[in-house]
Design a protein. Structure first.
Length: 275
């Protein structure tokens, strides 16, 4: 912007998506992940072991499965299901959550099965720093889309969109004044049409180019959106405990705290190797 710089940080991911940063780093490879499947078993054999079923060949593209097959097969766990069935549905749900929300690709309709090694042990899912890897994946995707030959943006786009709405009030849709935790849920019902996409993008670019330092006084850009009383009222108490511990200079990493923050998500970001 003409008067300063801002970018998405780990704090934004925490407030917007409710993901703690504590935990083991997430490491993996997009192309050769199947080589590291536990026990050296083929990826699709491991898929069937963990989910109890294999998708038909016409629903598979290399190591990705069509979203519709996942939704139709694991859309609703049957009543009276035994523990193993419940675990299979939980694994499928987490794979869908990771593949469509945090780490979506540009296809928008396929889910990669690279998450099999993580969902194999459901009890350990909350021990990873999903916030760190989600932010790293978003930056990777934004770097790629900066190439003039790339026309589609992948990644956790709901995080990017919510960050924009919270920082730039002028871009917010009308009628979404109430919010809860996590903050990105504020826009859960927002579904803009595509008919005005071109003019909308052009106007947004023009408004950003015209921003001046004085516009901050008129709330055209908010530097600290999470410090207002109404936001502090809905902040997850576990995140507040973490922030207080950091402020006091205490160690951040107590398992009895991080395990409460998010049922399927949760050490500072040291290394993420993707690709």
């Amino acid at each position: 912007m003409p008067f300063g710089e801002c970018t998405i940080t780990l704090q934004d991911v925490a407030y917007q998506l409710g993901l703690p940063v504590d935990g083991h780093y997430v490491s993996g490879c997009l192309t050769d992940f199947h080589v590291y499947i536990e026990g050296g078993r083929p990826a699709w054999q491991r898929f069937q072991e963990l989910l109890g079923v294999l998708p038909p060949a016409d629903q598979i593209q290399k190591f990705a499965v069509n979203c519709t097959w996942f939704q139709e097969t694991f859309g609703e766990c049957p009543d009276g299901a035994d523990e193993e069935t419940v675990r299979r549905f939980a694994r499928a749900y987490i794979i869908m959550l990771l593949g469509t929300q945090l780490f979506a690709d540009k296809s928008s309709n396929r889910i990669h099965i690279r998450w099999l090694p993580f969902v194999a042990r459901l009890e350990e899912m909350g021990g990873y720093s999903w916030r760190s890897v989600a932010l790293a994946w978003l930056y990777r995707c934004m770097c790629q889309v900066a190439n003039r030959h790339v026309v589609k943006l992948a990644g956790p786009l709901q995080l990017l969109q919510s960050w924009i709405f919270w920082r730039f009030p002028g871009f917010r849709p009308v009628g979404y004044d109430a919010f809860s935790w996590p903050l990105a849920s504020r826009w859960s019902g927002y579904n803009p049409g595509v008919s005005e996409k071109g003019p909308r993008v052009q106007m947004a670019r023009l408004r950003i180019d015209m921003l001046q330092a004085r516009d901050i006084c008129f709330f055209q850009f908010i530097w600290m959106p999470y410090s207002t009383p109404d936001v502090l009222q809905v902040v997850h108490p576990v995140w507040e405990i973490h922030r207080a511990m950091l402020t006091m200079g205490l160690e951040w990493g107590r398992s009895e705290i991080t395990s409460l923050a998010c049922p399927v998500t949760t050490r500072h970001f040291r290394r993420v190797r993707i690709g």
